[in-house]
Design a protein around this ligand. Structure first.
Ligand code: AMP
Length: 277
């Protein structure tokens, strides 16, 4: 852990998860998660701190970091989903595309509609953005997460250095390299590999970033160019699950606790253009 080692006298032998959470007036501003080798922790923490201090959702008055070590044998290898870019005229058309994709992935129409409405209205109490994701029954649309403000947080996932370099090069040549896409692809890889997970829906809570996606094991990561109005602060995620016995413990354990290091990227497939001519 570099300088932190010197301060605390701790030796982290293998990889560690690093988490940052920023809030203002008790409300969520931003969060970030990485899974890193010791030598990378310090520089990654500085980047997270800069992000928390300069976030477009406002300036934080409380920033919390946590670091937790993982032994090599606990870390699972992962694969990124293929990416398809869906171009839409506006957020209303984007939501129609999202609804259709969710149904294609096996989510019931009513469950997809409920999730879109919850995210539109702000899924946390008081119409705010949640800190994590809703867990939604893929058949009934019922919300299953215990805490509607926190939800469930996908955590402890990252790309190997090689996978990150290949991904950046592939995204650059496709014309849309940005940190939102890299982070969201990494998170979606973990989510769609979870037991009992049918699909994921996401749009950002960053008022300047209007794109979002639907991801699933059957068609990968479907980026949608617009899913909300410019300036809108409400965003969020919905993880759709289907379980025979409503036992969510295995799914939540995978999402929040199992460390996943992605060493293989997917393909960037030809885009789909839904815009009117
Ligand atoms: P972002 O894509 O970072 O703008 O996050 C959009 C929304 O997704 C946030 O408002 C949270 O509700 C949710 N979210 C962010 N990070 C996570 C995570 N690690 N796991 C689950 N949900 C998340």
């Amino acid at each position: 852990m570099g300088a932190l080692n010197d301060i605390f006298g701790v030796m982290f032998a293998s990889m560690s998860s690093l988490k940052m959470r920023a809030e203002a007036g008790g409300k969520h501003i931003s969060g970030a998660e990485r899974l890193l080798a010791d030598v990378e922790l310090e520089s990654a923490a500085v980047i997270m701190l800069q992000r928390a201090l300069q976030h477009s959702r406002g300036s934080a008055d409380k920033i919390t970091f946590s670091i937790e070590e993982h032994q090599d044998e606990q870390i699972r290898p992962g694969v990124l989903p293929d990416l398809t870019n869906n171009l839409v005229d506006d957020w209303q058309q984007g939501r129609d595309v999202a609804q259709a994709l969710l149904v294609e992935a096996g989510v019931a129409e009513v469950a997809a509609q409920n999730a879109l409405l919850e995210l539109h209205q702000g899924a946390a109490p008081g119409g705010e953005s949640m800190r994590g994701a809703m867990l939604i029954d893929a058949d009934s649309g019922e919300r299953l997460e215990e805490d509607p403000a926190r939800g469930v947080r996908a955590s402890r996932m990252d790309l190997t250095d090689d996978a990150r370099q290949f991904l950046e090069a592939a995204l650059n040549s496709a014309g849309f390299n940005n940190t939102h896409v890299i982070e969201a692809l990494t998170l979606a890889a973990k989510v769609i590999a979870a037991p009992n997970l049918v699909a994921e829906l996401c749009w950002s809570d960053d008022p300047d970033y209007t794109a979002g996606y639907v991801a699933s094991g059957c068609f990968g990561y479907q980026r949608i160019s617009c899913l909300k109005q410019q300036g809108e602060r409400r965003g969020g995620r919905a993880f759709f699950v289907r379980t025979a016995d409503k036992d969510l413990a295995t799914t939540i354990d995978w999402l929040e606790r199992v460390p996943l290091l992605i060493d293989q990227i997917g393909t960037i497939l030809p885009g789909k253009d839904w815009r009117c001519c």
